[in-house]
Design a binder for this molecule. Structure first.
Ligand SMILES: [Fe+2]
Length: 238
């Protein structure tokens, strides 16, 4: 996999920012992610020295996983977002963060959506989970409390989840995979790692825009879909 330093690139270009982000993350994440992560990047033809080509990316993703991508600007309404997911389409913001925002994108950007999320679609057990979760959430669009709890569960899994790899931990959450600072934080002793537990996850609010004091470790990707009946029971009980 190409991991050049990009020292020859113009700092005022998107390619420079992409190169910086891609190189830094791929170097840091070696040995710290779920086992298929780097293979999925290769299957998507993602590289440090080239901005993702939309058609190539869509084609590679579709051939490998059956999923497509669709360009959306910024955050989209819940109904639209969930409908995309339940239909096997992943919404991607085509805008890349600026060099000034290298460490903290103001909202999910091209790097977060592509580098952070698309690898998850190569995990059949994750796909079963996210399609069930999004279809489930579509039934609760008029229930603010239920939507909040489902979003919270998704934060602790899709965005900030870890998986047990023998006696080690593997990052799989998009917000960790795509963030240099939070990936370092989660792998350090500065944060606690708790075994995944539905009630605990739904009773532990995710604090936006800051590093978390704790993260949750799933025992396997099968655990995600298997946990959904317990999530539903929790929602019905509140
Ligand atoms: Fe995300």
């Amino acid at each position: 996999m190409q991991t050049n330093t990009g020292s020859h690139l113009d700092p005022n270009t998107e390619l420079y920012v992409w190169n910086k982000l891609f190189t830094r993350q791929t170097q840091y994440l070696q040995g710290k992610v779920w086992d298929g992560f780097f293979d999925s990047l290769a299957q998507l033809c993602l590289e440090a020295g080239r901005l993702p080509d939309w058609q190539t990316l869509h084609g590679q993703l579709y051939r490998a996983t059956g999923w497509g991508i669709h360009a959306v600007n910024g955050l989209v309404p819940a109904r639209q977002y969930l409908t995309f997911l339940s239909n096997g389409v992943f919404p991607v913001n085509p805008t890349l963060r600026s060099l000034e925002d290298l460490d903290h994108a103001k909202e999910p950007d091209l790097f977060h959506d592509i580098f952070g999320h698309l690898h998850l679609l190569f995990i059949p057990e994750y796909v079963a989970y996210i399609r069930q979760l999004s279809g489930f959430a579509l039934n609760y669009l008029d229930n603010e409390k239920a939507l909040y709890l489902l979003a919270q569960f998704n934060k602790w899994t899709t965005e900030f989840g870890l998986i047990r790899k023998g006696d080690q931990l593997g990052i799989y959450g998009a917000g960790l995979v795509s963030s240099f600072g939070e990936a370092q934080h989660v792998m350090s002793n500065a944060s606690e790692k708790w075994p995944a537990d539905v009630s605990l996850m739904l009773n532990t609010p995710h604090q936006p825009a800051q590093l978390q004091p704790q993260y949750f470790v799933i025992p396997s990707f099968e655990w995600l879909a298997e946990s959904l009946p317990a999530v539903e029971r929790f929602i019905h009980a509140v």
